[in-house]
Design a binder for this molecule. Structure first.
Ligand SMILES: *[C@@H]1O[C@H](CO)[C@@H](O)[C@H](O)[C@H]1NC(C)=O
Length: 352
């Protein structure tokens, strides 16, 4: 199928060629067209529009994939080292953050167990009472029955004595994978999308790769202190710029669990556990500081199955603004890096 597509595409562009046209273009008849193309190209990359840069990137990615498919079809395959993109590092561990929502938890465990790249599922249990035997048995069985792979994913609860939001990023003993997919119990990422994001992470494992982008900007400087604004989905959509991806649906390297727990300033741990919020902003600061790189936003639909989005929008945005500024001042720096790049699956791009 993909080979067919490649041929069709090739004959469309190749069909333009004829000796007469070539001669004509040498005489300058076709120069009009090429300057038009030139102008369009300049228009495309000029104008400072974030959007266009993004599109161009997606376009180049798809072009690259097309050309590599064409070349392999034509027998030009220069033997790509397949191990680079294979799941040689052993898939990922899904880290589910849950709180008193067993129905959602059952749904999301069943879903992630069915994804091919899932090597393990860890549920961060933050209630004081341990999970019931009924729930344990149910989830164990659902993992076994839904898993499509020969190696059944590990399933484990991480129990905690106190409800402390920092536990979300506690190091996990005997992890089998480098990759962690951190997700809230009410977020469902389709397996195809998830596996694609994992391949993105494999090429950029220092940074966070996820589906929920957020941004920051400098609001004002007063008496040598910088105040920042925190931008939600609309700001990202409007400007095409982001500097964080939230841990409610993101891949990161397991070493960041260690760094979060042992190297993060303890004032930040205290802040997060007192406010019961903003551990995700803390993690973004940490990964940006350690990697010196922006996060990567992956294109793909995700589904929120809970009905918990009743947070008053105004209050929420005020709280997030405050968190960002408080955490930045506790951290002593703002290491976040802005970017306009978005990774998209080239198999799904036909036109822009
Ligand atoms: C940020 O990274 C640098 C270099 O890796 C490190 O020395 C520093 O402690 C980090 N900052 C914080 C607040 O963790």
């Amino acid at each position: 199928m993909s080979a067919l597509v490649a041929i069709r595409e090739a004959s469309v562009t190749g069909g333009d060629y004829s000796p007469a046209k070539e001669k004509a273009s040498n005489r300058g008849v076709y120069n009009g067209r090429s300057t038009l193309l030139n102008r369009r190209f300049r228009l495309l990359i000029g104008g400072g529009a974030k959007y266009k840069l993004l599109l161009l990137l997606c376009f180049l990615t798809s072009l690259y994939s097309l050309s590599s498919r064409l070349s392999s079809f034509m027998g030009w395959n220069p033997h790509y080292p397949s191990s680079v993109y294979s799941t040689s590092r052993g898939g990922y561990t899904v880290l589910i953050n849950t709180w008193k929502r067993n129905t959602l938890l059952k749904q999301s465990v069943a879903h992630y167990a069915s994804c091919g790249g899932t090597d393990g599922i860890h549920v961060i249990w933050r209630e004081r009472n341990p999970p019931s035997d009924e729930l344990r048995v149910y989830l164990k069985n659902v993992v076994l029955s839904k898993s499509q792979t020969a190696n059944k994913p590990n399933f484990r609860f991480d129990l905690n004595e106190r409800d402390n939001l920092n536990n979300r990023f506690k190091p996990i003993e005997d992890l089998r994978t480098d990759a962690i997919f951190s997700v809230d119990d009410d977020v469902i990422v389709p397996c195809r999308t998830l596996d694609f994001a994992f391949t993105v992470w494999q090429t950029a494992s220092r940074t966070m790769v996820g589906f929920v982008p957020r941004m920051h900007w400098l609001n004002e400087e007063r008496n040598g202190v910088a105040y920042y604004g925190y931008g939600g989905w609309w700001s990202v959509w409007w400007t095409g710029t982001y500097s964080m991806v939230l841990s409610k649906a993101a891949f990161f390297h397991k070493k960041y669990l260690d760094l979060y727990t042992s190297k993060m300033p303890s004032s930040i741990h205290d802040y997060v556990s007192n406010e019961r919020n903003c551990e995700d902003i803390g993690m973004s600061l940490l990964v940006a500081n350690a990697s010196g790189a922006p996060p990567i936003w992956v294109k793909g639909k995700i589904y929120e199955i809970g009905s918990s989005g009743i947070r008053s929008l105004k209050g929420h945005s005020y709280a997030r603004n405050k968190c960002l500024n408080d955490l930045v001042s506790l951290y002593g720096a703002i290491p976040l890096i802005k970017t306009n790049m978005k990774a998209c699956d080239a198999r799904h791009i036909w036109f822009w």
